[in-house]
Design a protein around this ligand. Sequence first.
Ligand code: KG4
Ligand code: ZN
Length: 339
Amino acid sequence: MKLLTIESTCDETAAAVVTDQLEVLSAVVASQDNLHRRFGGVVPEIASRAHLERMLPVIDETLKRAGVRLDEIDAVAVATTPGLAGSLLMGLAAAKALCVAIDRPLVAINHLHAHVYACRISSGVDVFPCVGLVVSGGHTSLYRCLDPLDFELLGGTTDDAAGEAFDKVASMLGLGFPGGPALQRTAAGGNPAAFAFPRSFLHDDRLQFSFSGLKTAVRYAIAPPGTPLPDPTTLDPKLVADVAASFQQAVVDILVAKSLAAVRTSGFGTLCVGGGVAANGPFRERITTECQAAGITLHIAPLKLCTDNAVMGAIAVERLRAGLVEDLDLDITPGLVRS
Ligand code: KG4
Ligand code: ZN
């Protein structure tokens, strides 16, 4: 059985052909980074227009690379929550049209659950039950995942997502967009102990995150309260590298501590990590070492399955198997969902 999966929750237009045995026959991602770079963040209106232009070429290319005709597809799956409304609508409209054209079932994907499922695909083993950490541009969430269809939200961020903080700090430091990879490169030349930035909720039992205080502390390290942020090109390169390294260290400390706490609370022995920030090198190293020390089995998505892609949409195989298909009046759910 072959599924066509579609991803358009934010600013990547992506499609993949996967089998019910979780083989990936093809995968295409069209990034919109170039369109959003000059604004320093994703502009929703631009994102949805770009999805409209790219969706059919991306799907055509995906089928071509898989060597599969459209009428050989057995089901079409699309991420319908959470994400930018206009972006989600583009993917859903395309998926519905294809389902009508080839008379096949429509399957809905929860984008955050799919980020965790990326670990199931890449590891090739049954990772459930596990704790799932999704750490991306829009979310920082911990889940208790009994099985691929049963995710319970343990906690999330009370303000910014970790990736959003990376992007905003990178922007203050003049490091470009998207900020995460650029900040990681700059941080490699800095001192992670140069600034004692706050680590919210670190010594607190709550499985919650907050990154806005950290972001403000970074802002004040660059320019004291009451003074405007300087043009980043005028900043001392040593200050930039030290702020980047200290910021990254604070985020890594928080993510690692909360993930381990969630695993302890869950009673499970496995942690699965996905989302764009999971591509961060120092984070990958630290979580690997600490999980080893604590006797936790760690699955972390490989780099190309960390940032948004349609391969992780293979979680739809699980829904299809359970008979969970959708009517064609299915709508998007842009906002945060309970699970
Ligand atoms: O999962 P993703 O592609 O999109 C969302 O669903 O949000 O995550 C994108 C986020 C961006 O904020 C980006 O800066 C961050 O992931 N990111 C990183 C790294 N690579 C991507 N953050 C830190 N270090 C990285 N190497
Ligand atoms: Zn994502």
